[in-house]
Design a protein around this ligand. Structure first.
Ligand SMILES: [Zn+2]
Length: 414
C-alpha cells in the first residue's frame, strides 16, 4: 500500500492514463469498478493461466491510497507511479512509495504491564558494501547502474545522483542538440575532404552508422597566477624554441629528420646574431581565467580532440530534451578526480605560455585556483564510415555543428 499526498490528481484522469499504459505494457484488463472517489482494476499479465490481480485507488486528489499491488512487483509500481506523475497538478510533491516512511507504531499504553528496564540497543553492525541501486530513488523506475558509474542519471525523470551516497547532484547542466543526423553526416564529409585527408575522399566513404551520444564533461572555472624567470633579448631563441616544439611534437614525428635540419639551421643563425645582442635576465607574472572542460570518463574518446563548452548555451539538465534514441553516457570520474586532471592540464598550458615569453625559461611557478566543478552533458554525433575496408569515426558537436576530431580507427566506447 502507498499513500500520495499533495499531488492534485484527478482520480478519473488517473484511471484513464493507468488503463492505457497497462494495456500498452501487455496487461489484460478484466474488469474496472469505479466509485465517486475510488476505482478498482482487475488485471492479468501473461497467458491464460496467469493469476488475476487487483489494484485499487481510493481518496481525494491531494490524499489517496493505492493498494493491492505486491511490494515486489516493480513493473506494476513503475507503471502506476508513472501514471500518477503524469496526472499530477503538482508533481514536485511526488514521493515514490519506495521513499515513503512507514507510519510509526502506536505508542504503548501507559496502563500496560510493567516491562523490564530496557538495555541500550547494541551498536549497529558495520554496513556491508552497499549493493548498486536498481531503482531510481525519485521515480522508482528500474535502472541499470554498473560498477564504473560514479554518478547516474535516470533516463525517465532526469534525477542525477552520486551512486555511493545516493545524494542528488544539483549542478547538472546540458547542451541541446540542434543537428539533424544528415547535418552531422554533411559536416563529417566536409571534414574528410580537408586537413588530414585529401579532396574527394568523402565520395568513396560509406557511412555505416550515425549515432547521437550525450557525453559527460566536468567543467570548472579556473584562475591562474604564473610567475616566471628567464633569459630574453636575443629574439632568435624564440624561433629555436618553436622549431624544437614542432620537432618534439609527436604528431610531426614523421618530420623529425627534416625538423633537425631546421633546428641546426636556426641555431647557426642565432649564433651569428647573438654577437650584437646581449641576453638579459627577466621575470614576469601573468594571470588567466579559464572555463576548462574535461571528459568525465575513464577511457579517452580519441575522436574528441578538444571540446570547448559553449557556456552561453548551457541550460539546466532536462531529461525531456534528450532524444529517446540517443545513447547516454554516465560519469566515471568524480569531481575530485576531474579537478586534479583539470589542474594538471592547466599547469601544462600555463608553462607553455610562459616559455613563449622568454627565450630560455629558468623557473616557472603556476598557481591554479579552481571553482566548483559542474557536470555538463553535451550532444556529440558519431559518424561511422568505412573507406577501403577500414573503419573510421568522426565526432561532430551537436550543439554548434563543429567537428571535434576523429578519422582514426574505432575504439570501443562502452
Ligand atoms: Zn527517475
Amino acid at each position: 500500500m502507498a499513500r500520495y499526498q499533495g499531488l492534485g490528481v484527478d482520480i478519473k484522469v488517473l484511471l484513464e492514463k493507468l488503463k492505457s499504459s497497462m494495456e500498452k505494457q501487455g496487461y489484460k484488463i478484466e474488469r474496472v469498478l469505479t466509485g465517486e472517489t475510488s476505482f478498482l482494476i482487475e488485471y492479468k499479465k501473461g497467458g491464460m493461466l496467469a493469476a488475476k490481480e487487483t489494484l485499487s485507488v481510493k481518496g481525494v486528489p491531494d490524499d489517496f491510497v493505492v493498494s493491492g499491488v505486491r511490494e515486489d512487483n516493480q513493473e506494476a509500481w513503475f507503471i502506476i507511479e508513472d501514471a500518477i506523475l503524469a496526472s499530477a497538478k503538482n508533481p514536485q510533491a511526488f514521493k515514490s512509495h519506495t521513499e515513503q516512511i512507514p507510519a510509526p507504531p502506536t505508542p504503548p499504553q501507559p496502563a500496560a504491564p510493567v516491562m523490564p528496564p530496557q538495555t541500550a540497543p547494541p551498536p549497529p553492525a558495520p554496513k556491508p558494501a552497499q549493493p548498486l541501486p536498481t531503482n531510481c530513488s525519485r521515480c522508482g523506475a528500474p535502472i541499470t547502474v554498473t560498477q564504473e558509474d560514479l554518478i547516474f542519471t535516470c533516463r525517465y525523470c532526469g534525477f542525477t545522483m552520486t551512486v555511493a551516497s545516493r545524494e542528488e547532484l544539483k549542478a547538472h547542466s546540458m547542451l541541446e542538440n540542434r543537428l539533424l543526423s544528415q547535418q552531422a553526416v554533411d559536416a563529417a564529409r566536409k571534414y574528410m575532404d580537408k586537413g588530414i585527408f585529401r579532396v574527394g575522399v568523402s565520395k568513396d566513404a560509406q557511412i555505416i552508422d550515425v549515432k547521437l551520444r550525450y557525453v559527460p564533461f566536468w567543467v570548472c572555472q579556473a584562475t591562474t597566477n604564473t610567475f616566471l624567470k628567464g633569459v630574453a633579448g636575443t629574439g632568435v631563441m624564440g624561433e629555436i624554441h618553436q622549431a624544437q616544439e614542432a620537432v618534439s611534437d609527436k604528431r610531426s614525428s614523421g618530420l623529425a629528420k627534416f625538423g633537425k635540419l631546421i633546428l641546426a639551421g636556426a641555431k647557426a643563425y642565432a649564433e651569428t646574431q647573438q654577437k650584437d645582442k646581449s641576453p638579459r635576465h627577466v621575470s614576469y607574472s601573468f594571470s588567466n581565467t579559464y572555463i576548462w572542460p574535461t571528459l568525465a570518463r575513464r577511457t579517452m574518446i580519441s575522436e574528441i580532440n578538444y571540446y570547448d563548452v559553449p557556456a552561453a548555451r548551457k541550460i539546466p539538465f532536462d531529461v525531456g530534451k534528450v532524444p529517446q534514441d540517443a545513447e547516454f553516457l554516465n560519469i566515471e570520474l568524480n569531481e575530485e578526480e576531474a579537478k586534479a586532471k583539470i589542474r594538471t592540464e592547466i599547469e601544462a598550458k600555463e608553462r607553455l605560455i610562459a616559455s613563449g615569453k622568454v627565450d630560455t625559461l629558468e623557473t616557472c611557478s603556476v598557481n591554479v585556483t579552481l571553482g566548483e566543478a559542474e557536470l555538463v552533458h553535451a550532444p556529440v554525433w558519431f559518424v561511422h564510415y568505412t573507406l577501403k575496408g577500414e573503419n573510421y569515426v568522426i565526432a561532430v558537436d551537436g550543439c554548434e555543428g563543429k567537428v571535434l576530431g576523429g578519422g582514426r580507427p574505432l575504439f570501443s566506447i562502452g
